[in-house]
Design a protein around this ligand. Sequence first.
Ligand code: ARG
Length: 470
Amino acid sequence: MTKGGGKKENAMWGGRFTAGPAAIMEEINASIDVDRRLWREDVAGSKAHAHMLAAVGVISDGDNTAIQKGLDQIAGEIERGEFKFSAALEDIHMNIEARLKEIAGEAAGRLHTARSRNDQVATDFRMWVREACDNAEVALEDLMRALAEKAAPNADAVMPGFTHLQTAQPVTFGHHLLAYVEMFSRDASRFADARARMNENPLGAAALAGTAFPIDRNATSKALGFDQPCANSLDAVSSRDFALEAMAAASITATHLSRLAEEIVLWASPHFGFVNLSDAFSTGSSIMPQKRNPDAAELTRAKAGRIIASLNNLLIVMKGLPLAYSKDMQEDKAATFECFDALGLALAAMAGMVRDLTPDRDAMKKAAGLGFSTATDLADWLVRELNMPFRDAHHATGAVVAVASERGVDIADLPLEEMQKIEPRITKEIFSVLSVDASVASRTSFGGSAPVNVAREAKCWLEKLKMENS
Ligand code: ARG
């Protein structure tokens, strides 16, 4: 006989069974180690369901009272760590119901009227993901605040802007940080959108077909904070797109976080030297005493792997599943919990790092002048002052850069005569546009990196995020 096969049958469906599960069946079947995290939602869902059953007269007020008291007691036991979770009882729903039976006796057996674990788990899980979206939004707003607070005093801190990680044009540190504020604000709105779409109540769909009992799905929806009941019972128990959508938002957020993390790793390297990370967000090396490692940034960068993998995990579980419920769907929670655990950590670590980092304005400015970063300003001057077509100006500027490069100097340090050999109409006025400060100051187009723009944008974000302007 297969090991464990002789055990007592399961109390929840014992009627049809003469033997209990094989040990390995119990092991593969149990989800309690993962879904115990749904206990709050499960208690709330059961309480709402029992109240509704009593209100429509399916159970007596006395039974409802016993159920409510029992569930409150169970919540206290779990909260205090006294509750004994059992793998034999498979999941959080049956663990709680079994305990309720011990406490409330026959009344407990009436709780599962007009309900199935299929709509129960779909409801609990939706509530959990809904809260995860809310938490992500709050954490994103905190990160945005940290970035905008750092951007405001650095609206005029010139740094090199890169394309292909090659020096492109000077920008400011504040402008760079605010680029991430824009990204994270879209991420926050993606969580809000996902939340709004998922906020429908599966409870009452029962196993898959609805129920013959005269339930009031609007009442449970209201009690559990849902906007309305899911309109189709099959959809209600089979869909996990709410979790997929939330994880898609998490994956995009993680991608943004990983890009900022990568930049912090680069900036903190002595070869860039653009920022200093605080001790609180650095680690040392056990062998190299000089090292300050940006571990929090590296781990944030790596968390994106877990988060994106979680989304893929659930997409692959769900693809090709026939309606309605299949046990495959039990695996939804491990993926989703892992995703949001990693996201929460990464967001908090990033906000901490950003708050703590100190930009080295001199180092950034020095770097901003390297690599002929104001060459476009020279070309623009030729266009503006000499009415040259931009393509010709580009060509002439390329020639100026070639001469400067040959001489090993910046274009701002080339003698005027050298430039005039290339384009005789160039005057000494050209030098007014060749400094990195002049370059950023000139970028006043809407959304451009001019310090006036950046200061205004930082202020605007801080106000939006309800903070004092710093
Ligand atoms: N533990 C299950 C899950 O998380 C609960 C639903 C079980 N439903 C069923 N028909 N076996 O998916």
